[in-house]
Design a protein around this ligand. Structure first.
Ligand code: NDP
Ligand SMILES: Nc1nc2c(ncn2[C@@H]2O[C@H](COP(=O)(O)O)[C@@H](O)[C@H]2O)c(=O)[nH]1
Length: 325
């Protein structure tokens, strides 16, 4: 198997078929809805909050609200009141089952539920998918995280409508160091490996460091990408603002860090400071423009055209040109 990651792959251009990048369509369908970008900010406390998710939903972007220190049902009801899509996160503990039961009993429901636990290839996830499908049969269920084709196949067979791929490639992740496991360092080839068996959408999660990595993810099989660090350092970001030597930063911490958990137990995440780099909404716009450019370099007009391009692997033992997948 070829092993590579975002920083040692480059996609090869094809003859341009548009006169302006504005003709390139970055939209993607997931479940019952079409969204403007194949990008979703990570469901983490220092990445999204009520304001950011409301802005995303109201402006045609996909979002997944985090599940930490939050009344999920009240949050869902408030989004419903505004006529916006409801997209929640769920764990697999008894309290998470109660949330699902209340969403059903109170008629609030949810359009999307993302079950995200550290080791998502697990019976606990199978049970939670079954519970959601029984109580909220209309809800689109995203499940993860996994890092192998076996994981994708099982989650799909258990009823997940999409899977989330990525064990440990995140910027604040220390899973690889603490456990010796994961897709960190080879996330893009793990995505390619998983995409070969997937029959439903894959969300590539973690390791995106540049806007061009979005196009690379689509090339190797992602329907959408989940991004944390690139979104964490904005004026609107919910992390605390910290000033060091006159420079402003936003804190960004892992969901499995002691900062998020409130205790040092089974810690697999750390806290870092991201330089404040302007407005969240400007980054979203720039991502869209850059992805339009990517599509034009692919000689196409829509995201699916990215899937056909050739690529080169730079350096290392797998170096070379790849004309076909
Ligand atoms: N993408 C990634 O690489 C990772 C992401 N995270 C993120 O951190 C957040 C917290 O994750 P998590 O702690 O799983 O969520 P929760 O705290 O909600 O725990 C989920 C449940 O799964 C159990 N569990 C967690 N890890 C394992 C494991 N390796 N083997 C068996 N059971 C396990 C926990 O039990 P117990 O604690 O008793 O074991 C708990 O019952 C999530 O948002 C997750 O996505 C965390 C780590 C890696
Ligand atoms: N191993 C851990 N992974 C984590 C933790 N908290 C979040 N995450 C994952 O990282 C991505 C975001 O990655 P980035 O490279 O874009 O910053 C996020 O979506 C989760 O899957 C954690 O504590 N440990």
């Amino acid at each position: 198997m070829e092993i590579f990651d975002y920083d040692n792959i480059l996609l090869l251009p094809r003859k341009c078929r548009v006169d302006s990048r504005a003709e390139c369509d970055t939209s993607v369908e997931l479940g019952q809805h079409r969204f403007k970008l194949p990008v979703v900010p990570a469901n983490m406390k220092t990445v999204v909050d009520e304001h950011i998710t409301e802005w995303l939903a109201a402006n045609g972007y996909f979002y997944v609200m985090h599940r930490f220190d939050l009344d999920n049902v009240a949050y869902a009801a408030s989004m419903r009141d505004k006529g916006l899509i409801v997209s929640l996160s769920s764990g697999v503990k008894p309290a998470d089952y109660e949330v699902i039961d209340r969403l059903a009993a109170e008629g609030v429901g949810a359009d999307y539920i993302t079950i995200d636990i550290a080791h998502g290839h697990a019976d606990s996830v199978q049970r939670m998918i079954a519970h959601i499908k029984q109580k909220l049969p209309e809800t689109f269920v995203i499940a993860g995280n996994v890092g192998t084709p076996e994981g994708v196949i099982d989650l799909e067979n258990w009823g997940a409508d999409a899977t989330k791929v990525g064990i440990g490639p995140g910027k604040v992740c220390i899973t690889r160091l603490k456990t010796g496991f994961g897709t960190g360092g080879w996330q893009l080839s793990a995505l390619k490996w998983c995409a070969r068996v997937a029959t439903k959408p894959i969300i590539a999660d973690g390791g995106i460091r540049h806007h061009g990595d979005i196009a690379k993810s689509v090339r190797f099989g992602a329907s959408m990408v989940m991004i944390g660090s690139l979104f964490a350092g904005h004026e609107e970001s919910p992390g605390q603002t910290v000033e060091v030597d006159g420079k402003r930063y936003k804190e960004y911490y892992g969901s499995a860090s002691d900062f998020n958990k409130g205790e040092y137990k089974h810690v697999e995440g750390k806290r870092i400071l991201e330089p404040v780099k302007g407005k969240f909404t400007d980054t979203v716009r720039e991502m869209q423009e850059d992805l339009q450019s990517s599509i034009s370099y692919a000689g196409g007009r829509s995201l699916s055209d990215l899937k056909k391009v050739n690529y080169v692997i730079l350096g290392g033992e797998n170096a070379g040109e790849h004309l076909f997948m």
